[in-house]
Structures are given as C-alpha cells and as structure tokens.
Ligand binder design. Structure first.
Ligand code: PMP
Length: 364
C-alpha cells in the first residue's frame, strides 16, 4: 500500500489542493464547534447556510459575477446539464448553434437532438478534434435559441483561447474541465455549467451560472427539479443539495483567493503546461497531436512516436510504479494524457518530465 500521496494525473475526479483536504480533515468530526461533521448537518441549519453562502460568494467574487446571474449547486453531473440546458432554453423553431470540438459536445448534442433542432456552426471532427475551429460572429444565427460550446475538451486536450463573440445570442458553455482555472467574463455568457470534480471539488455537485432572465424561458410544466427557476427561487435549497461537495467548493474558493486569485492561478497553470509541452515538443520521441493554437492548459494529450501503443501502455504502468498515476489517455482516443488542473503541483509536472526523459532514454 502507498504510504504517501502520489502524483495523480486523473482527468476527474482529480487532485484537490492539499491545504483544502487538510482543512476538511481537521473539521471532519467537529465543524467549527458545532459538534458534528458537515456530512451530518441539516441543510437548513445556520452553519450549512453559511457554508452555502461562502461557496456562492466565493465563486461570485472570483469571477466578478453580477446580480443578474444566479449561481446554482445542482446534482446529476455535467451530463444532466446536456438535457437541462435545452429543456429550459430551447425555443421551438429556433435551432441551436453548436460548435463541435469533441466527445462532450457530441454527447451534449445527442441530448439536445431529443428535444429540438440544432445546426453545427463549425467542427474539427474530420481532423480528430485536434484544434478549436475558428469562428467569427457572422457564423452565428442571431435567431438561434442559443449557441453552445465546450470550453475545454478533456479527452482531446484542446481549449478555447478566446471565446466566440455571439453578440445578442446567449452563449452556453460546458466549462467542466477548466472552470475557475482562469478569469472569464461571465457577462458574455447566458449560462455556464461545470461538474465540480476536476478543478473545484468532489463529484456529485455541478455548478450552474445562469442569467436569471434567460431562466424565465422555461415552461413551468417541466418537472420541478429540472427547471432552473426552481433552484433560483430556492437558492439551491429546494431539496437537499450535495452538502459536503458544496463545503469543499467553499474551501477551494478560499484557497484560490489565498493563492492570489484567478489571474495568478492562470499564470501558474500556463507555466505548468508550458513545462510539459516544451518537454514533448523538444523530443523526437513524444508528440502532441494538437495544434499549438488550441492546446489545453488542463489536459495535456501526447503520444509516443508512431503511436506505439505497446510503449504507451508500458509508459503508463512504469510511471504508476514511480508514483505518477492515471496517465493513460481516454479509452476512445488512446495515447497518454496528463491532467494538470489547478491543484496539480508544479513538482508533479517536473517529476513527470524527468520520468519521460528517463523512459525515452530506455526505449527511444
Ligand atoms: N463535460 C466535460 C467537458 C467533461 O470533461 C465531463 C466529464 N469528464 C462531462 C461533461 C461529464 O461530466 P459528469 O460525469 O459530471 O456528468
């Protein structure tokens, strides 16, 4: 059994900041003199209300979110949002404009197609999603219900560098894998959603930031739990919310503020990713399939020369023996992938790079 913490490159659930885990550990049995754990606490209690308020205000402060938007803490994962978004925002006869950049946008479209029509504005599928297609404002139909993008493609390792200008058309983004990893101008979006389990907390809680005005579109005949309206009206307390996950999010937002906020965090994320991409680009043994202009700071996808699957499997298993875990690429694309979210320490990347060099010496 491993006696100490490993370097965990999992795409999610993923590594959390150690100070956050230590704080949660310290408070696990007796949260701030309440004599009980957050897990055991009524969601209607004063103590939990203040945790929820902290998580909400933490996200609002970091992203400078105005009162026109609600911040919701929901269940069902990011995948439920693939259905909830069209259920609430689709307008009959106004097809959704979608930019296809990977598996998660395709999954979102599968759900959307059950409820309404859509139009693919741009896609990089013919090139195996190795880049974010360039789009300009003229490509969006102002009469669409909304435009839909995935800000970071966890599986393919690409990320929007500049968000599209959709003018008056509400822009909806799945930010599951880069939420709170950099500053984002929320006012440019109609709705943002993110499963927490990559950058901001454990699985089981999904953050939705929605323009209150937009949420009014939904039919009141939708199932109550599936209307954003319900959760806005009840401040995420219509039913029992994922309390422990919300508590961890509140601690993570405090940790981000302590680190110096989103612009500092973004610089740290850029620095970490640059170290890894440089090691890949400098070598003749490793390659990154993705265009320079679209590479993700969160999920670094790479392959071994000539797509040598045997060596890739060996790489992942030898790396694990060195305490570098979860480096295998997604089963649908193969290869290798290092997920280096906010909480991934720079030392993990330096350790990985030195392992890569040693592996190349042995097998290159
Ligand atoms: N969107 C993106 C970009 C993801 O990376 C994931 C999970 N890897 C999902 C959606 C699905 O999230 P969940 O498992 O929370 O439904």
């Amino acid at each position: 059994m491993t006696q100490q913490r490993v370097y965990n490159f999992s795409p999610g659930p993923a590594v959390l900041p150690k100070p956050v885990l230590e704080e949660a550990q310290k408070e696990l049995l007796n949260y701030q003199s309440t004599g009980m754990s957050v897990m055991e606490m009524s969601h209607r209690s004063k103590a939990f209300e203040s945790i929820l308020a902290d998580a909400d205000s933490g996200i609002r402060r970091l992203l400078k979110i105005s009162d026109d938007y609600a911040v919701l803490f929901l269940q069902g994962g990011a995948s439920l949002q693939f259905s909830m978004v069209p259920m609430n925002l689709y307008l009959q006869g106004h097809p959704v404009d979608v930019v296809q950049t990977g598996m998660w946008s395709k999954k979102a479209v599968e759900e959307l197609a059950k409820l309404g029509e859509y139009r693919v504005v741009a896609s990089s599928e013919v090139d195996r999603f190795t880049y974010i297609p360039s789009v300009d404002r003229t490509m969006f139909n102002q009469d669409a219900s909304y435009a839909y993008i995935t800000s970071n493609n966890t599986i393919y390792g690409t990320q929007w560098q500049v968000f599209p200008d959709t003018q008056e058309l509400p822009l909806v983004a799945d930010m599951s894998s880069d939420f709170l990893s950099k500053s984002v101008d929320v006012s440019k979006f109609g709705l943002i959603f993110a499963g927490a389990q990559k950058n901001i907390g454990p699985s089981g809680v999904t953050v939705v930031i929605v323009k209150k005005e937009l949420a009014k579109r939904a039919s009141v005949d939708l199932p109550t739990m599936l209307q954003y309206r319900t959760h806005i009206q009840h401040g995420s307390l219509y039913n029992t919310p994922p309390t422990f996950g919300i508590y961890i999010i509140s601690l993570v937002t405090k940790w981000i503020e302590k680190v110096g906020g989103l612009s500092i965090l973004e610089r740290m994320n850029q620095e970490k990713a640059a170290i890894l991409y440089q090691a890949i680009d400098e070598s003749m043994f490793y390659t990154c399939p993705n265009h320079l202009s679209s590479r993700s700071l969160m999920n670094v996808v790479f392959r071994i020369q000539d797509n040598r699957e045997d060596l890739e499997t060996l790489f992942a298993s030898e790396a694990a023996k060195h305490g570098l875990l979860e480096l295998k690429g997604h089963r649908s694309v193969g290869g290798l992938r290092a997920s280096i979210y906010n909480a991934q320490p720079k030392e993990a990347i330096l350790e990985l790079v030195s392992f890569m060099k040693a592996f190349e010496k042995r097998h290159g």
